[in-house]
Design a binder for this molecule. Structure first.
Ligand SMILES: [Zn+2]
Length: 155
């Protein structure tokens, strides 16, 4: 599947059922080949927290197929075998088949699960306000985060 491209911090419009009046959602990490993106080295703390947001039970809008990384230029089967999974402790991450939400100051950030791969393998540096939402916003599994996921993923 081809990944949708959205510039960072533009209004989220990808999945209609996840658009709610009064809830501001901004795109983060919808990268695409041929589009410039901000690069830099992320801290281990940020990568660790981002990993938690990308675990299956906090992922919404899971698609039937999965998106491969356009920046890697590999086939879907190779992607699935080699690039879509990350292990940390005893957890495994399945990357490329859904979206995450993080909670900032009066806005929600909407990112594809691929964002973890972009940060770890392509030195993608997301906007500061997104990093802040990951590091100090409501954590996955908290009542605030659960409520947002429930509201956005009714299908
Ligand atoms: Zn890649």
């Amino acid at each position: 599947m081809i990944m949708a491209y959205f510039e960072d911090l533009t209004p989220y419009k990808y999945m209609h059922r996840s658009i709610k009046p009064g809830l501001i959602q901004l795109n983060v990490g919808w990268l695409s080949r041929g589009k410039n993106y901000n690069q830099g080295l992320s801290t281990e703390a940020f990568k660790g927290k981002l990993f938690e947001f990308c675990q299956d039970y906090y992922v919404i809008n899971i698609t039937r197929g999965f998106h491969v990384c356009e920046l890697c230029s590999i086939s879907e089967s190779n992607w699935y075998e080699n690039k879509s999974r990350y292990g940390k402790d005893h957890y495994w991450l399945s990357i490329g088949d859904g979206e995450i939400r993080t909670i900032g100051d009066s806005v929600i950030y909407a990112a594809p699960t691929l964002i973890y791969h972009y940060v770890v393998d392509h030195r993608y540096m997301p906007p500061n306000e997104f990093i802040k939402s990951v590091l100090s916003g409501p954590v996955p599994g908290s009542p605030e985060h659960k409520a947002i996921l429930a509201e956005l993923d009714l299908g």
